[in-house]
Write a protein that binds this ligand. Sequence first.
Ligand SMILES: *Cc1c(COP(=O)(O)O)cnc(C)c1O
Length: 379
Amino acid sequence: MNIKRNILLNPGPSTTTDTVKMAQVVPDICPRESEFADMMKKMRQDLVKIVHGSQDEYTSVLFCGSGTLNMDVCLNSLLPERKKILVVNNGAYSSRAVEICEYYGLDFINLEFPVDELPDLAIIEETLKNNPDVALVYTTHNETGTGILNPIREIGALVHKYHAVFTVDTTSTYAMRPIHIKEDNIDFCMASAQKGLMAMTGLSFVIGKKDIIEKSKDYPKRSYYCNLFMQYDFFERTGEMHFTPPVQTVYAARQAIKEYFEEGERNKWERHQRVFEAIHRGLEELGFQDVIKREWQSGLVVSVRYPDDENWDFMKIHDYCYERGFTIYPGKISNADTFRLCALGAIDESDIVDFFKILKEALLSYHVAVPVLYGDSRS
Ligand SMILES: *Cc1c(COP(=O)(O)O)cnc(C)c1O
């Protein structure tokens, strides 16, 4: 079968290999069969292995849904009664966590920092010191809206100094940028099959400390479908998801994990960096400016300013590229017009070189000046 290869430069789902796509085509199976449970058991272990966790100390819990479900699960399940959540917030995804806290009526502190700056560790420490009722601290590793990489190891050290639990949204770094769950001071992290693993949408997972999950058995139950202990407990007792798993997506994820280990953590990260550098080179050649200070970038997402050109129309450029097999994506910064180019997925440097040929063609065909212009560089 010949499947058209699209280059997705959006922040997930990412470009997949044909072998992962085809892994979904399997004989029909009832997921309550032990064959299926055995596959998920192995997968749960592999997901812990990817972040170098010990199988005794850490576990992973699978859910059927997109990545936001993990955020919901961690926030609603890991907060003891009469305790507070601290959200270290410098971007759109941590703001989403704040919204989840609001929806559940949880007690929380929204500690906001500018979206183009790293959070201030001294302020985080001050907040923890002044709020001894904070039991759960939440932040985002790579803020996918801008591509800024947060210092999770340092934040985690503070969180543990003040005896709280540290949950990190690693959805857009997991299986790309190497993570060492223990050394990085993470108690819980999370991801979705369609991002770093380069698999299909519909399967998400939380990875974290068994003892804390077991303790959370007695915490208030705020959701029926999305409770971490309930899903963990069902897995431990039966080997299965509590409710129907995304069967074919699980098969694709199994193939993707196999390919992950074959490529190797280091090679894969080097490939993502190669793609990231190629994106920067292409942008520089066309005169585009990015938003986040280079040394703060995650190496996975580039947030690019719209040029100041009356002929620039993001949707027209998007459509031109899309028709030719390349997908670009709008930004997620409320006070600036940006678009994003991401280094996720089963792509390499040559795909980026091909993309920039098309992007340049698109700019020229819509009479956008090349190199692109910015108000502040013209004056
Ligand atoms: C993609 C992503 C999510 C999940 O988004 P969904 O649309 O629910 O899959 C969560 N956090 C971060 C940082 C992400 O990049």
